[in-house]
Design a binder for this molecule. Structure first.
Ligand SMILES: *Cc1c(COP(=O)(O)O)cnc(C)c1O
Length: 355
């Protein structure tokens, strides 16, 4: 289906006020946003308008019952300065999977991609040129029907915002293996990118930080034995030459970086296994010297190397001898910026014509 997306432009762009050498994290937004409304059972009125406040009724159901989901992705420039999106159709699919779990309506996947393309092509001047920088895109959906009572809302908004993001210098991170709080249980909402999951993670993360750790290592809800994820990233271990990442069992978020890392690793000839992995197994591998590397993987930082995992009374050290995660990160970045051939067919050009 093809859509007409009317654009109301700002009179003057604020892009000149941004210091591209010093981009503040998450506080700067581009000139415009994409909005679409859900009413009477359908998505109507897709449009691009100046970024600004949205009138919200105090009874808007998202504020009370938490029907709110989001996505996170980045736009890059290729070597010709052309804006490109990385696997946007995957984000569209995942948004709808989250929507299904939260009793929210699906958003048309082609309109999701079209809205991104239009917005990114309009805001191409906001894509930071520096290596490692990108334009972060935040598509999200929430219930904006004013109603007190427990049922699915009948009115929603779908919005895409864009925020320039500087290069991320990631140092090796320290994880706290969390046995008191959990992120996701079987049958819960762990697989959905639902706002409430993050609300529940804030306090445990603060406590881990107060103990001197960077992120929480989430363990399974029933036994606190199996490893799920790290902070808001998926996790990979290299043990004895083989990569292992927790399988998608319903309580692990199906990361697009995770998927892509698996494909790149296999393409480089590595064995990658998706299975349950216990903290105990990682501890043993560390002790007998077969734990070669471990890293988190997600859109925001790419690959974040893990230095150690802390638990009550002991610390699991992770070797920094194996650089494969870094190689994968470089390969992914080179694909995203058009420096090497996109042999997986992941990139989508956005430009119709540059203004
Ligand atoms: C978003 C997210 C990820 C990473 O997904 P990407 O698509 O790779 O960015 C992993 N875990 C959680 C909990 C997340 O919210």
């Amino acid at each position: 289906m093809s859509y007409t997306i009317p654009i109301t432009k700002v009179e003057t762009s604020k892009v000149d006020t941004l210091d591209f050498n010093n981009i503040p994290l998450g506080t700067t937004f581009t000139d415009h946003m994409f909005i679409c409304d859900y009413e009477n059972g359908e998505w109507v009125n897709p449009r691009i308008v100046p970024m600004g406040l949205i009138p919200t009724h105090p009874a808007a159901m998202a504020l009370h019952y938490g029907q709110a989901i989001f996505e996170g992705m980045k736009a890059y420039k290729d070597t010709d300065g052309e804006p490109m999106l990385f696997r946007p159709e995957q984000n569209a699919k995942r948004l709808n999977k989250s929507a299904d779990r939260m009793g929210m309506p699906n958003f048309p996947e082609d309109l999701f991609v079209e809205g991104l393309k239009e917005l990114v092509s309009l805001e191409h001047n906001w894509i930071p040129p520096k290596e490692g920088s990108a334009l972060y895109l935040r598509p999200f959906m929430y219930a904006d029907e004013p109603f007190i009572g427990m049922r699915a809302a009948t009115h929603y908004k779908f919005i895409i915002m864009a925020s320039p993001a500087g290069p991320f210098f990631s140092k090796r991170i320290k994880l706290w293996a969390e046995k008191q709080f959990i992120r996701a249980a079987h049958g819960g909402t762990g697989e959905a990118k639902a706002a409430g999951n993050y609300a529940a993670a804030i306090r445990p993360t603060e406590l881990a930080k107060a103990k001197g750790y960077d992120q929480v290592l989430w363990l399974d809800a029933a036994e606190h034995k199996y490893i799920q994820e790290v902070g808001t990233m998926n996790i990979f271990f290299k043990i004895n030459g083989e990569f292992i990442t927790p399988k998608l069992d319903g309580s692990v978020l199906d990361g697009i970086t995770r998927k892509s890392v698996i494909d790149v690793l296999r393409d480089k000839g590595f064995k990658v296994t998706e299975r349950l992995i216990t903290l105990e197994e990682v501890k043993e591998a560390s002790h007998n010297g077969t734990l070669e590397e471990a890293f988190g993987a997600g859109t925001a930082v790419g690959i974040a190397y893990i230095q150690e995992i802390g638990l009550e009374g002991e610390t699991i050290q992770v070797s920094d001898q194996s650089p494969i995660g870094l190689e994968v990160n470089d390969t992914l970045n080179a694909i995203k910026t058009g420096q090497i051939e996109d042999k997986f067919g992941w990139m989508l050009k956005t430009r119709k014509e540059l203004a």
